[in-house]
Ligand binder design. Structure first.
Ligand code: GLN
Length: 546
């Protein structure tokens, strides 16, 4: 196939309709029919990327191999498709304006007045087509963030209008996602918000080809007919997206309604039966666990599901792999003290201390590490979680009472975690951390080596601070070993305590690389360790009772 086909996904009525999941599910169905498919997200906000956004604002910041700090939807794309995304898969208004303004400063517009149309829209069109022109994909799905009618979305909708013309009918289509609310007082599903949102789209010159209607109740036939008639779409192009018990059900729900068929027909491409064998095997393992383990997630954004999205999804993949239901119990680190730690963590089969930034809640994290290390509960520390494990070890095993990270105490006398040399002159906050994929050599005979089954790995990073190598000998002599080292820089990427049951901290973020097709080995091994811990503690307490 020579021409890349484009699918635009827009949203109407409200946000949070699950555009990212619909885009990922459709992509899965197309990929499972042999089409090389990728997904891109366009975000209308002015931040250059979400790296500077507080997790309370925008959920987790997802990091790609090439070090882009991106929207969490890219995590869904990778988890569904098992194909890495890159900087080109996430574009914001901030980035668009930044490149147009750079070009203007370089004089590239030859004295012309630089305007939203055509200059901003041209830059949006160029960004949309970068992936298509790479030759790597047959189909590019572009999800447009926000809701039609928003002022900040207008240039994107205009770019879609122009591209539909430029590319021609069979080469670009628009899927519009809307809400069909249920009014319980009237006992009815209502189509009016959808009609209005399609009308708003049409005012910008864009006709929706397919409607995906988010609903809490089945859409009856007459209502589908009505939506088709009023919204100018074919009857078979009215698709319902009903609430699902897991996001991983959505590809099958879309398949049942023939979303893939309608899309392929509109794009003049052949359709076949998608091969979802592996996907469905995963689903069946996920839905039929034989046992349950409880894992504590110690962090400071516990009330927000989206803040640790990739970690929670990685547990789903690892749980299915072990045929175990992983019950994740979120525990706020700010309220953990030496007095209540046993009560808060004593019942857990595993503890994960989460990534994070800044001082808030950190003493609670250190206390949690002490408790799980001493009680031999399986422990996984990620990024800040690994740094806390090093501080805890230095304080309580090496008796360096004031050991700390310079992130928390700039003038600490014992900076076991310190700012990287390369970070010391950095002033800008955005895009300046140690980001993206880095190589790491694993020590033979270590827990890490046995988990990965290979001596060299690549994992994704997002941090400014690191294990301070001037304390390495002292810490290793006391029993915490550095089992993963960056071959280029000598930075410590993994620590473990071999005399503990299962205790490992990683400076990188394994959660970003866990997918349905490839559950991350570290999470798989952690869930397995939690299961073993549960089985052993149960048999010990049984024996004690006898
Ligand atoms: N705040 C720590 C650092 O910058 C850890 C970052 C993280 O957990 N992602 O090094």
């Amino acid at each position: 196939m020579t021409t890349t086909k484009y699918i635009f996904v827009t949203g109407g009525v409200t946000s949070s309709l699950g555009k990212g999941i619909i885009a990922a599910s459709l992509a899965k169905l197309l990929q499972a029919q042999g089409y090389r498919t990728t997904i891109q997200k366009l975000d209308p906000y002015i931040n250059v990327d979400p790296g500077t956004l507080n997790p309370y604002e925008h959920g987790e910041c997802y990091v790609t191999d090439d070090g882009a700090e991106t929207d969490l939807d890219l995590g869904h794309y990778e988890r569904f498709l098992n194909v890495p995304t890159s900087q080109s898969n996430n574009v914001t208004t901030g980035r668009i304006y930044q490149s147009v303004i750079h070009k203007e400063r370089r004089g590239e517009f030859l004295g012309k007045t630089v305007q939203v149309i055509p200059h901003i829209t041209d830059e949006i069109k160029r960004r949309i087509q970068i992936l298509g022109k790479s030759g790597d994909y047959d189909i590019v799905i572009t999800e447009i963030g926000g809701t039609v009618g928003d002022i900040e979305s207008l240039p994107y909708i205009e770019a879609v209008r122009q591209l539909k013309w430029d590319l021609g009918e069979d080469n670009a289509i628009v899927i519009h996602l809307t809400l069909v609310p249920y009014l319980s007082a009237a006992g009815e599903l209502k189509t009016k918000p959808t009609q209005h949102s399609v009308k708003t789209l049409m005012e910008s010159g864009v006709m929706a080809d397919i409607l995906v209607c988010r609903t809490e109740h089945e859409l009856p036939e007459d209502l589908r007919d009505k939506l088709a008639k009023f919204c100018n779409v074919r009857r078979e192009a009215v698709i319902q997206s009903i609430d699902a018990s897991t996001i991983y059900d959505v590809p099958n729900l879309m398949l049942d309604q023939g979303l893939d068929k309608v899309v392929l027909k509109k794009l003049a491409l052949n359709s076949s039966v998608p091969d979802l064998t592996h996907w469905n095997q995963f689903l069946s393992r996920h839905k039929n666990p034989t046992v349950e383990v409880t894992i504590g997630l110690i962090g400071k954004y516990v009330e927000l599901q989206d803040s640790y999205k990739s970690i929670l999804e990685a547990f789903i993949h690892a749980g299915a792999e072990n045929e175990v239901r992983v019950k994740v119990e979120s525990i706020h680190s700010e309220y953990i003290t030496s007095k209540n730690v046993a009560e808060k963590l004593g019942h857990l089969h595993g503890v994960l201390v989460a990534p994070g930034f800044g001082e808030r809640g950190i003493e609670g994290k250190i206390e949690a590490v002490r408790y799980v290390r001493e009680s031999n509960i399986p422990f996984l520390g990620i990024c800040l979680g690994m740094q806390m494990a090093v501080i805890e070890y230095a304080r309580n095993v090496l008796s360096i009472a004031d050991a700390n990270s310079t992130e928390m105490e700039e003038r600490t006398k014992n900076p076991v975690i310190d700012l990287m040399e390369s970070q010391k002159t950095v002033i800008d906050k955005g895009g300046t951390m140690r980001l993206g994929s880095w190589e790491c050599d694993l020590l033979k005979d270590s827990l890490a080596y046995s988990i990965y089954g290979q001596s060299s790995i690549k994992e994704r990073h997002r941090h400014r601070y690191e294990f301070n190598n001037s304390f390495k000998t002292q810490i290793e002599d006391a029993g915490m070993i550095a089992s993963g080292i960056n071959p280029e820089t000598g930075l410590v990427e993994i620590v473990e305590v071999p005399d503990r049951n299962w205790f490992i901290g990683v400076q990188y973020h394994p959660e970003y690389k866990s997918t349905v097709a490839n559950p991350h080995p570290l999470f798989v091994a952690f869930v397995k360790a939690a299961l073993d811990f549960k089985t052993n503690t149960n048999s010990v307490s049984m024996a004690q009772k006898q």
